[in-house]
Design a protein around this ligand. Sequence first.
Ligand code: ZN
Length: 242
Amino acid sequence: MRYGIFSDIHSNLEALDAVSEAYRKEEIDKYLCVGDVVGYAANPKECIEKIRTLAMITVAGNHDWASANLFSTDYFNPLAKEAISWTQRNLDEQDIYFLEHLTLIYKNEDLTMVHGTLDGPGDFNYMNDGYIASKTFELLETDICFVGHTHVPGVFIKSKNSHIEYREGSNIDIKEDSKYIINVGSVGQPRDGNPEATYCIYDTDKKNVQIKRISYDIQAARKKIIAGGLPGFLGDRLLIGR
Ligand code: ZN
């Protein structure tokens, strides 16, 4: 089985189109989305439509739930909050229905998937240190958990002796005596200093996960953000991947 796993599209249609085009050369059997289809950029509706047909399962991100009024924006920064109101004004009932019915956790025989962390998935905490990773490892029933939310690709590895290490890198071999939390980065708003869209492939036969990058028309996405009346910073940050 070859899974195409991607996250944090954030209404960036140009990035999503580039990623789905790149996936076409990869012989993917199933697509999975780790959440935050909307929020920040100018094409929430178009991205929902595309994800609905592409991804077998999408788990809920904080921006998805906030857009459906299921999660408070009290702790969102002012620009993110403004983008949520803008997104709500540009979605119809069907789009909201899609967002409010997203599940928080998905699990099958190969993998688990959650936007933030497995402990309190509806709180949307960031998987950004070994202690937080250890809480998810305690609850993890499969060998691999795919997460998003930080927009920074990377992997926490828990070895047989329970030691947890963090690694960056794009090629991860899955070993039988270890468990993995893999952050697949962001399609539509990377924050690791590389502005290219990020996408991931998990091959269960080869026991290998690859995190790949693809360039896209950032200027087109940026111009739409500005023309649509969204905060200009949300367009500018795409240029530098921050
Ligand atoms: Zn996000």
